[in-house]
Design a protein around this ligand. Sequence first.
Ligand SMILES: [Zn+2]
Length: 351
Amino acid sequence: MQMKFTCPDCGVQMKFDEETGGLRCPSCSRTEQTEGYEKDFIKYYHVKQLKEFGDEEARLYVCRSCGMKLVTNNRTALKECYFCGGAMTIGERLSGDLMPTGIIPFSISEKKARKAFSKWFLKVKFAPREFKVKKRDFKCHAVYLPAWLFQFRGQGEAMLHATRSKEGVDEEDKEKIIETEHYDLYRRFDLGFDRIPVCASGKIEERFLEALEPYDFSKLKEFDLYSDFGIPAEQYSLMDEKAEKRAKKRVQELMDEYLLSTGENYEEVKPVEREYQIGKAGTEYIWLPVWFVSIEPGDNEYLFVMNGQTGKVAMDPPYNPVKIFIAGGLGVTFAFLLIRIIVLLSGGSLI
Ligand SMILES: [Zn+2]
């Protein structure tokens, strides 16, 4: 940390003081407030080495119509694309490509996923008629979604300006007055950010993963090529360097939030100066369980997704805006609560 703070009394550069965890002027010994100093060093519980598939361990299938890339074990053949229903080209052997270090197993069965979808459809009061499909019309596929998981260490040093006001009475004319006290607060912290996920899928956008979150990462287990590889996974397309940039941005936002939270006892808190150092502590490449359900009502095609661990749903319900308009405010609220526009794949257009 290279931030410079000069002593308000004598103008000499103040130094960090281990004893108090605050700043001390070497000349006049003035100290700055030390509230909020955190010495919360993370215990980096596991920093994984990325692994690769060996020869004959995995195959890559590519969809001829949408370009979707799915990875399977060398015993599984895929004919139809999970996303668009297009034909898949015969899988090439994958070797030297990344193998996940961790995996979250499915807890939601296909039966449960289908049931949840039918139940949900019944609730979609504003769906166009053709959308009310029966169970057997669903195409239900389990697939793993590729994601990066980052661990960061974030160190920060900052000066905040804060105020505190109190009401009083003026001695002379007995009028009410408000006295405001101003504070300069020094903060220094060291934080650990454990599992910052970034979606590595090429077909699914980041916001899709956000809509399916949270995943319970305590259930993350080491990937076993023999017991965990019965279900295909989408091949990663976002590389770790790009994903790291996104994750770092998120960490910076979290550090800002933390910094402001250290001034909770004041009325108004503003950062005057701040400096962060964010260092990556570890990377994992993982697979997250997802159920994809596609429906083909008439000429349109829609895709629905469900978190395979928790059952949380993210989808595009094709609703009818005229019906919503007639139903008024309540209906609109209902629709907004449930609707999250996530993916529009080939042929699918929202009304
Ligand atoms: Zn496809």
